[in-house]
Design a protein. Structure first.
Lengths: 253, 352
């Protein structure tokens, strides 16, 4: 589904990504982990077409990202960025409805079918009760759920999540991840997510890539990559097994 | 929430917008009629109707029984001034809403971008030359050119790699408008005793505006407003930032230029007609966002009507109810400033 060939990127003189090679199959729940400044967000920006001027090649569905037109790309992928700064008092419904933009023609209102999709996305993210509320009046975690609903309303083939759960409480992080996992299973959605919570990565991702200093440390199945020794080498923290599939970071260095 | 609730929400929103639009349109009509009737010269409503009907149909019999001075007061003085007030208020409010959305800054307006200052500089230069070189430079064209030139400079400064970002635009706007303010002060200081001509233009007034002013401004303001309405949906998305716009399949950089040019054209027209009139572009979009929400498809047309009503009311008040006519630019700022302060305080309290 997604293929990166020798991708490098520089911010000025600082080399942020160095010769990254990656491949992600369709229907994969793919995690990107690494310490601060490892290049995770930059990697996501390159793959989603938000940064140009990188070297190497990025292919989405066997087509180079440089050959996509912007509307076509928006129908294929959607992105939940680290932070969405909404400064005007739109209602949550208006925000989620914007997710249908790539499918609608200008000056036409949304069809009942589109509205139904919007409604479903708001229901599964538990935001339907905010439909008529102003997004500027929601808490950080609630706002993130609305933005997630908007990204889902885009009905993408690939969903990119950049710390999309960082402000949600534990309940909603797990709930939203479950919703996304369900979509992966039922519709073959491909998910690429950047997360700091190693526990959640271990529990939900099927494949993981570990980055450090702009380079791939290891890519492979979640069991192979999320190994205590390797994690200690990169993150300098100790982890222990927790629950059935989880991982707990120990509060000691 | 049942299955139709979203449909109902959407329908209610559109209904509310239509009703507000209707009310505002009626208010605009009412204030216009009222304004034609108000003034120091006492002319009856029926006579006024005769004059307007006569002028439009081209039959001078309809008003031949009236004093030519009365005809002139209504047709050559009051009507163009009223129409200019509507066009300027309309334009300032629309450009305010547009600038706020593209700059992602609810406190922006045409001053933030330096466009108004550019127009003021053009006008000052024209007045200066008229006074000292005895030429007759048309102030309105100079103001217009000044605004567009400023826009071009601001865009070219803020462009990095073919890309114009909101933050860069604000910074470039502030830099350019500082330089231009200094230039205006320089012109003022060189004008010696003639400085009053420049000052009185800068204050902003609609006195003695003619049909030419209206006919110059109206088509441009209407065209740009329609264009903004056409792209209003994209403007909503653009107000979430470039990255979000891109993720939703919209090229933010190109669209921003379209809106910038539209907003600047409108501002240029308004400032060149009336001088600098403050706070309409800031207060009107703010007030309407509290009432009807932020959807620009609704906000822009309602801003247009509200701006027209507001400036016309202010101007009519300024010319009819005081012994001395106050320049409307002073009045809007004197009233608009405290009012804006009030909204701002209330909003902050609400958020806390």
């Amino acid at each position: 589904m997604i293929l990166l060939k020798d991708v490098s990127f520089q911010y000025g003189s600082k080399e942020v990504l160095k010769n990254i090679n990656l491949s992600v199959k369709k229907g994969c729940f793919f995690g990107v982990i690494g310490p601060n400044g490892a290049g995770k967000t930059t990697l996501l920006k390159v793959v989603t077409g938000n940064l140009t001027g990188f070297s190497g090649d990025v292919y989405i569905k066997d087509k180079s990202i440089r050959d996509f037109n912007i509307k076509e790309l928006a129908r294929c992928i959607s992105v939940v960025p680290q932070q969405v700064d909404i400064r005007f008092p739109y209602t949550c419904l208006e925000i989620v409805m914007m997710g249908r933009t790539p499918y609608k023609s200008r000056l036409k209102s949304l069809s009942p079918k589109d509205l139904n999709i919007v409604k479903k996305c708001m229901e599964i993210t538990d935001t339907i009760q905010f439909a008529d509320c102003l997004v500027t009046e929601l808490s950080g975690g609630e706002k993130q759920r609305v933005v997630l609903a908007k990204a889902l309303a885009q009905q993408p083939e690939v969903l990119f999540l950049d710390e999309a759960f960082s402000n949600m409480d534990a309940y909603y992080s797990i709930k939203c991840l479950n919703v996304i996992k369900q979509l992966v299973k039922e519709r073959g959605l491909t998910v690429i997510c950047v997360m700091h919570d190693l526990n959640l990565v271990k529990a939900f991702c099927s494949e993981v890539v570990m980055l450090q200093n702009g380079q791939v440390v290891k890519q492979g199945t979640v069991e192979a990559v999320m190994e205590p020794k390797l994690i200690h080498g990169t993150f300098k923290v100790k982890v222990a097994k927790a629950g059935n599939s989880g991982l707990a970071v120990l509060p000691e260095l | 929430m049942n299955s139709n609730s979203l449909v109902i929400l959407v329908r209610n929103k559109h209904l509310k917008a239509k009703i507000s639009g209707l009310i505002l349109a009626l208010m605009l009509a009412f204030v216009t009629v009222l304004s034609v009737n108000l003034g120091w010269a006492n002319i009856g409503t029926r006579d006024i109707l005769c004059i307007i009907a006569g002028k439009f149909t081209g039959s001078s019999d309809l008003y031949s029984h009236l004093n030519p001075a009365q005809v002139s007061i209504v047709w050559d003085i009051r009507l163009p001034r009223i129409l200019c007030a509507v066009v300027v208020g309309w334009g300032l409010a629309v450009s305010g809403a547009v600038f706020q959305a593209i700059l992602m800054n609810p406190l922006a307006d045409s001053y933030t971008m330096g466009v108004s200052t550019g127009a003021a500089f053009g006008a000052s230069a024209a007045i200066f030359m008229n006074v000292f070189y005895l030429s007759s430079m048309p102030i309105i064209l100079f103001a217009f050119a000044g605004a567009l030139l400023t826009l071009a400079v601001v865009i070219s400064i803020s462009r990095t790699g073919g890309y114009v970002s909101a933050a860069n635009l604000v910074i470039a706007g502030i830099i350019v408008s500082c330089i231009l303010s200094a230039a205006i002060s320089l012109i003022k200081s060189m004008s010696g005793e003639q400085v009053s001509a420049i000052v009185s233009w800068l204050i902003g007034s609609l006195a003695a505006r003619s049909w030419e002013h209206f006919l110059f401004g109206f088509p441009l303001v209407i065209t740009c407003t329609l264009l903004c309405c056409y792209y209003a949906e994209d403007l909503n998305i653009l107000s979430l930032g470039d990255q979000e716009a891109r993720n939703l399949g919209i090229d933010g950089s190109r669209l921003r230029i379209v809106f910038l040019v539209c907003g600047a054209l409108i501002t240029a027209v308004c400032v060149s007609i009336s001088g600098i009139i403050g706070f309409v572009g800031l207060v009107v979009p703010h007030l309407l966002r509290l009432l009807v929400g932020s959807d620009n498809r609704i906000l822009i047309p309602l801003c247009a009507l509200t701006g027209g009503v507001l400036l016309l009311s202010a101007d009519t008040f300024a010319r009819s109810f005081m012994n001395v006519e106050i320049p409307v630019g002073v009045l809007t700022t004197l009233l608009g400033g405290p009012f804006f302060f009030y909204i701002f305080r209330k909003r902050n309290k609400y958020i806390q």
